[in-house]
Design a protein around this ligand. Structure first.
Ligand SMILES: C[C@H](O)[C@H](O)[C@H]1CNC2=NC(N)=NC(=O)C2=N1
Length: 99
């Protein structure tokens, strides 16, 4: 099981991911896609990446606004896995013109 990061480590990792913010035990990012279908494509690509990583975000879909939240449930907090997947989500969103 991965170790949880302390507050300083979380702050440090967040500096490299400016679209993400801490919300208690999770980090969160909102993405606006160019259209609803484009948003669903983002979600489908994130789903594949999450399966590959065996690490899964909470996803809220509202028309073309997506909210991703990441936490390592098994560790009871934030770990490097959350920040690795956050960076992957950023790359996927950018590829689909979502910001
Ligand atoms: C067995 C499997 O590795 C675990 O259930 C994984 C799956 N995906 C997961 N995703 C997230 N976000 N947190 C977890 O602790 C987690 N655990």
């Amino acid at each position: 099981m991965a170790d949880t990061l302390d507050a300083d480590e979380v702050a440090e990792r967040l500096r490299g991911l400016p679209a993400w913010s801490r919300d208690g035990d999770r980090i969160r990012r909102q993405v606006t896609a160019p259209s609803f279908p484009a948003g669903i494509e983002v979600v489908a690509d994130v789903a594949r990446a999450a399966e590959d990583a065996d690490h899964h975000p909470d996803i809220d879909i509202r028309w073309r606004t997506l909210t991703f939240a990441l936490s390592t449930h098994s560790a009871g907090g934030l770990t490097g896995k959350d920040f690795d997947l956050a960076a992957t989500i950023d790359r996927i969103a950018a590829r689909h013109g979502a910001g």
